[in-house]
Design a binder for this molecule. Structure first.
Ligand code: SF4
Length: 280
């Protein structure tokens, strides 16, 4: 443990909580139902409109087309049900990277669209997405049956986690930090040493992408706000990312924090996964 420069009376206890960031189940259910209804209506229109012309070509063509559209709709609605089960019951039925791809490429934009129309705050949708993404990544690693190598993981932190008045530049070399205890970077260095993973404090998404290209890790644990995590998980796909939502006692982008236990849990789940109760 690094020496702390604060005296005992001032001992810093970590960032206070900011906003509750666990996804709200009622919102998730409402969102999934709305997406399901929207898709069903779209499926009906996609089937009905062309059938007028198809009937003139051959009387059975509308039925053939109906089976195709109905099949695609059934698969999509099935995916929505699996997402609902994963988020609400915690049971992951399908955990393949491809299913995470469907979540990222198809369901997330649909949830954003429908949620926007229904007036659901964007942050709630992002929280639901992050929760589901994390569950899928964790379950994929569990079903793999063995953890990842520590030197194949990276831990990415936003630079706003640093104490605002700290004069030490940690974005170029995090180990410049002297662990004074005024922000969580000293604790994160301890975590990085304990688990043997690389730690970077980054100034933005472009630098994050560059680090991933440079180090080509097998998985990432990233800390940021919901918006940055959502776009980061999308950009990094198919690379598995466990996203940890930061704390914002002073608002966005200034002296943010993180629950160190959440970071450790994410690393444990990637390095030493528990055997999956759903495997086999
Ligand atoms: S980065 Fe944070 S912990 Fe490190 S020296 Fe600066 S204020 Fe202290």
């Amino acid at each position: 443990m690094k020496a702390r420069l604060l005296n005992n009376k001032e001992e810093w206890k970590g960032s206070p909580e900011s906003i509750p960031y666990r996804p709200n189940r009622k919102i998730i259910i409402g969102l999934l139902v709305l997406v399901g209804l929207g898709l069903s209506a779209l499926g009906f229109v996609l089937w009905y409109v062309p059938t007028i012309g198809l009937k003139n070509l051959h009387p059975s063509l509308p039925y053939v087309f109906g089976v195709i559209v109905g099949g695609m709709l059934a698969v999509t609605l099935g995916g929505l049900v699996l997402m609902g089960v994963a988020l609400i019951k915690g049971r992951i039925v399908v955990s393949s990277p491809a299913f995470r791809g469907v979540l990222i490429k198809l369901f997330l934009p649909l949830m954003m669209l429908v949620g926007g129309v229904a007036g659901i705050p964007r942050i709630r949708i992002e929280q639901a997405f992050i929760e589901l993404n994390n569950r899928l990544v964790r379950e994929t690693i569990r079903r793999r049956g063995r953890g990842l190598a520590p030197n194949r993981l990276v831990l990415l932190m936003p630079h706003c986690i640093q104490y605002d008045n700290c004069r030490i530049k940690v974005t170029r070399e995090v180990r410049n930090c002297v662990g004074c205890g005024r922000c969580e970077i000293g604790d994160l260095i301890d975590v990085s040493d304990k688990y043997g993973v690389k730690l970077f404090v980054l100034t933005g998404g472009t630098v994050a992408r560059r680090k991933l290209v440079e180090y080509r890790p097998d998985a990432v644990v990233a800390v940021a706000c919901e918006r940055d995590l959502t776009s980061g998980v999308q950009d990094a796909y198919p690379l598995p990312v466990i996203a940890v939502i930061n704390k914002r006692p002073n608002g966005y982008c200034i002296e943010t924090g993180v629950n160190i236990e959440d970071v450790k849990r994410a690393l444990e789940d990637l390095l030493n996964p528990e055997p999956s109760p759903q495997a086999g």
